[in-house]
Design a protein around this ligand. Structure first.
Ligand code: SAH
Ligand code: SF4
Length: 371
């Protein structure tokens, strides 16, 4: 592990009491439509002003109203009086041997979260967090050791991308985030409104303008929310299947008791998929638990006819975990059964595990960095 010399000084976080009690609306958490409505009703200003403010916040990454140099001084003062710009403080940037960077970020209340930048084929994929902790409680996931502390706001989710672009710009190699995956800490569909709002902001062509084709949201299978999600935002969907039958899945993912495989797969069959898109079915491979050829056959049967591809994730260990990573042979055997039955299969060998940045190692606390 090393540290980037370029890590920017973190802006001092607002004092806890003030941040918690600040009643001013957070303009960075608003979609363009919400911001335009607020600018019209609160300031009596035109849509053009909303365009300018949105551009400053989401294209330029402005962190205070004073930076908005094409707005008049009185307008900036009026904005500062009535509104605030939320977000995160950047505390540190850790760099793994394989080039993966982990951004350590802090909320105004002092909670720490992580976001990971993964270099893949000359392009950078960013993995963002949606919650501090997670309440789904999956047995194999390190994040689950930490109870849900709170949902991240839309500005805190969006700010992970803005900080990443800032860090990459300072590195000076001309790199930018190309793909975004909501696979960090938290269950995105358990923080539905903020996640949907953050997606609308990030996809907006007046801001970061990241295409919906380049964004993937991963869920453990919160069925009622899934039914809405596909209609609300047309991004890619990944589902953590992780098991080949109900008893096995319930042991790993407690919500399977309520939304079992039948319900989940039926919902996915009805999911409004865009043309030429497929659902990614994620499957964490746990040695001697869900990695046999029989498991693979059951998975093939479960997914038959579903427009999907399968992403196998060999388990990433963390201290105290009761599962192990299967051998490469077991991974190949599992993959081959699916390939023989016509599935597209990829294996995700996680990056950045020397800095605790691999899937399921995020806990906001660097503890897994010791693995
Ligand atoms: N909460 C969402 C997204 C975050 S987890 C979800 O569960 O889908 C992202 C992916 O990492 C999920 O597919 C999850 O099953 C996987 N994962 C969690 N812990 C892991 C670990 N220790 N090793 C490998 N993959 C893990
Ligand atoms: Fe939450 Fe996903 Fe981890 Fe399960 S795997 S505890 S849903 S973050």
């Amino acid at each position: 592990m090393s540290e980037l010399p370029i890590a920017s000084p973190a802006p001092a976080p607002a004092p806890v009491a003030r941040a918690a009690l600040d009643p001013r609306p957070d303009l960075k958490a608003m979609t363009h439509a919400e911001l335009a409505a607020w600018v019209a009703s609160e300031l009596g200003e035109s849509r053009f002003r909303a365009d300018q403010i949105f551009h400053w916040l989401h294209a330029r990454g402005a962190r205070d109203f004073d930076a908005m140099s094409n707005l008049s001084k009185p307008l900036r003062a009026s904005l500062a009086e009535r509104a605030r710009i939320g977000g995160l403080a950047l505390e540190d940037v850790m760099v793994a041997k394989d080039g993966t960077r982990k951004l350590l970020l802090r909320t105004a209340q002092g909670d720490r979260i992580e976001s990971v930048l993964i270099p893949m084929d000359e392009r950078i994929t960013q993995c963002v967090s949606s919650q501090v902790g997670c309440k789904i409680g999956c047995d194999f996931c390190f994040t689950a050791r930490m109870p849900l502390r709170r949902n991240l706001t839309a500005s805190e989710i969006t700010d992970q991308l803005l900080w990443a672009q800032h860090v990459l710009a300072e590195e000076g190699r001309g790199e930018r985030v190309a793909n975004l995956v909501y696979m960090g800490m938290g269950e995105p569909l358990d923080n539905y409104d903020n996640v949907v709002r953050s997606l609308r902001i990030i996809m907006d062509d007046r801001g970061q303008n990241i295409s919906s084709r380049r964004i993937t949201v991963s869920s453990s299978g919160v069925v009622p929310k899934l039914e809405r999600f596909g209609h609300d935002v047309p991004v890619n969907l990944a589902i953590s299947l992780n098991a080949s039958h109900d008893a096995q899945r319930t042991e790993l993912i407690p919500i399977n008791k309520v939304w079992n495989l039948d319900k989940l797969i039926a919902t996915l069959r009805a999911y409004p998929l865009q043309a030429r898109r497929r659902i990614t079915m994620e499957y964490v491979l746990l040695a001697d638990f869900n990695d046999t050829a029989d498991d693979a056959q059951r998975v093939a049967k479960l997914l038959r006819g579903l427009r999907c591809k399968v992403n196998l994730i060999p388990f990433n260990p963390w201290p105290g975990a009761k599962y192990r990573r299967p051998s490469p042979e077991a991974v190949d055997r599992f993959a081959q059964v699916l390939v023989d039955r016509g599935y597209t299969v990829t294996v995700r060998y996680s990056k950045g595990d020397d800095i605790g940045a691999a899937c399921g190692q995020l806990d906001g606390n660097q503890v897994a960095a010791a693995v």
